[in-house]
Design a protein around this ligand. Structure first.
Ligand SMILES: Cc1cc2nc3c(=O)[nH]c(=O)nc-3n(C[C@H](O)[C@H](O)[C@H](O)COP(=O)(O)OP(=O)(O)OC[C@H]3O[C@@H](n4cnc5c(N)ncnc54)[C@H](O)[C@@H]3O)c2cc1C
Length: 269
């Protein structure tokens, strides 16, 4: 699912014209956990600034030295080259942005198949990745937060927690495979972090997030915001609970499927 894509820098688009996409180069790669690989991307300040908080990345085929990138129209539309190009459009989150240093970190879940996971598994310094645009995380500050997600949502949740006011209270539910997939997440002292281990249940087949939310009484307060991102079916269950039993209005929650079990996010190019 590609959400809230806006052009990386609308002012740089010639009137009525198309602009080239920004291209970032891999500077470093580190293993965060057994299934998460952090890719540090570097490029001109404008390119690094355009890559977050959520980022629409253009993933070339592994080892393609000269990808045929699309171009970006003034309204953010991506205009693809004719014929086979091998570049896939996917959504990710900048875990860390340092525009002054022209750097962005993206944490890729190595889930197996898929152009983005395959690219990340093979990424090495010098490899290139395109940036087509960026979007917001969809959160808003509140006195009480419920954040819930799987590994793909961890970068966004870490950013939301880093921005939260020190007096924020609430609960963070994080579904991962096991203890080795847990990551340090600084949070305000009033926010409880709860790790849920799905063990041998395949990603996207677990009901842990929905069960954990179902076990919570409705917050009964106005100043509440819930942010949820994970596999689409898991998010649907949680969203229904938040809108129904919890009675949250649309302005009080953002619940979005970050991936779909058994389905690529966009057709193969
Ligand atoms: C706004 C937004 C931000 C996101 N941020 C991040 C991020 O920071 N880090 C991150 O890793 N992901 C993130 N995602 C999720 C990521 O876009 C999807 O996982 C995407 O499908 C990966 O593309 P792919 O080319 O690897 O696989 P695809 O070609 O899309 O899918 C191929 C196969 O892999 C399966 N699959 C896809 N993702 C997973 C997964 N996580 N676990 C198990 N199976 C999977 C699919 O069901 C499909 O069968 C984000 C998504 C959105 C919408």
């Amino acid at each position: 699912m590609l959400v809230g894509v806006r052009p990386a820098d609308p002012t740089s688009v010639p009137p009525g014209g198309l602009r080239p996409v920004h291209v970032l180069t891999v500077r470093a790669v580190t293993s965060v956990t057994p299934s998460v690989r952090r890719v540090t991307l570097a490029g001109p300040v404008a390119a690094a600034t355009s890559a977050g908080p959520t980022v629409s990345v253009l993933v070339p085929r592994v080892g393609d030295p000269a990808p045929r990138w699309p171009q970006v129209a003034r309204d953010g539309r991506i205009v693809w080259p004719q014929g086979s190009h091998g570049v896939a459009l996917r959504s990710y989150t900048a875990r860390r942005e340092d525009p002054a240093a022209g750097e962005v970190d993206v944490d890729f879940v190595l889930h197996g198949d898929g152009p983005a996971a395959t690219w990340a598994a093979a990424a090495a310094p010098g490899a290139v990745l395109g940036v087509a645009g960026s979007g917001p995380l969809g959160h808003r500050p509140a006195g009480r937060l419920l954040l819930a997600g799987d590994e793909t949502a961890l970068p966004a949740i870490s950013r939301i927690l880093a921005e939260a006011a020190p007096g924020t209270t609430g609960l963070v539910l994080l579904e991962v495979a096991d203890a080795a997939e847990e990551q340090p997440l600084p949070a305000p002292p009033g926010v409880e972090l709860r790790w849920l281990h799905r063990g041998t249940t395949p990603p996207g087949a677990s009901t842990l997030l929905a069960e954990a939310v179902a076990a919570r009484p409705p917050p009964g307060a106005e100043d509440v915001f819930a942010w949820v991102a994970a596999e689409s079916a898991a998010v649907r269950s949680v969203r229904a609970d938040l809108r129904g039993r919890w009675g949250l209005s649309r302005a009080q929650h953002h619940a979005i499927g970050y991936w779909r079990r058994g389905r690529a996010m966009a057709p193969a190019p």
